[in-house]
Design a protein around this ligand. Structure first.
Ligand SMILES: [Mn+2]
Length: 242
């Protein structure tokens, strides 16, 4: 069976002028039966459109940067991180195009759930430790093991059905989160402090965002494997309809 191309925006390492992506995303997509295709982060809709014509699914990965709050009408908070406008523009262009590609599945991870939410008119919590009361630890210092916390999952959601249970432990590497959900996005997973950890499209399309990182440790985590498999299954269906 032929395999669907999965578009993934790249990340940019300024010091080395290196463009690429963290291998875990590629490994998980390859394992699930997709072919990763890097989409350079360019603010050029015509180029992005050429990529979207050729792919059957999009994975919006994490980023060491934050979305410019001007995109959701907010002033920058003191704890706002570094910006990378080209990544914001790339994700928004991809999501504009995906709106007219009815069967194109989208999996947003970390920064990806945030860009999905902002693209739909939603807003973000700019810094969880500063703005969420009694927040659980959603991010650890570099020299400590990664944070992990429980999430409650709506059982009648796509993620709930894939997980087959109402609670999951997830990893956590973020200081921002979905605040006001965007149009047709339903929050379907929550940390114990109320922070939104996953959203889904309400129209039944496979457009899913998770705030945790299923690509990290996916080999040992059955739910992460199920999530990547379900995503690639949708992309394969679309590929086969071409
Ligand atoms: Mn978290």
């Amino acid at each position: 069976m032929e395999k669907p191309w999965i578009g993934i925006p790249t990340r940019y390492h300024e010091k080395s002028e290196y463009i690429g992506q963290i291998r875990h995303y590629l490994d998980a997509i390859l394992w699930a039966g997709g072919l990763p295709l890097m989409i350079p982060t360019v603010d050029d809709r015509a180029i992005i459109a050429d990529y979207i014509k050729r792919v059957d699914g999009v994975l919006l990965p994490g980023s060491p940067t934050d979305i410019d709050p001007k995109h959701y009408g907010a002033a920058a908070h003191d704890r706002l991180g570094k910006l990378y406008p080209e990544r914001d523009a790339t994700d928004f262009a991809i999501l504009d195009l995906v709106d007219s590609e009815p069967n194109m599945p989208v999996l947003g991870i970390c920064f990806g759930i945030q860009s999905l939410n902002v693209h739909r008119g939603g807003s973000l919590v700019q810094d969880i430790p500063a703005l969420v009361e009694s927040a659980v630890t959603h991010d650890e210092d570099n020299d400590k093991p990664a944070a992990r916390h429980m999430v409650r999952i709506a059982e009648d959601s796509l993620i709930g059905r894939l997980a087959g249970r109402a609670q999951l432990e997830v990893n956590s590497y973020h200081h921002q989160a979905v605040e006001k959900p965007g149009r047709n996005l339903r929050p379907v997973a929550f940390a114990n402090d109320g922070v939104i950890e996953a959203v889904e499209d309400t129209a039944g399309r496979f457009i899913v965002g998770v705030q945790w990182h299923p690509e990290r440790g996916w080999k040992e985590d059955p739910f992460s494997k199920t999530l990547f498999s379900a995503f690639i299954e949708q992309a394969t269906l679309r590929y086969n309809q071409r």
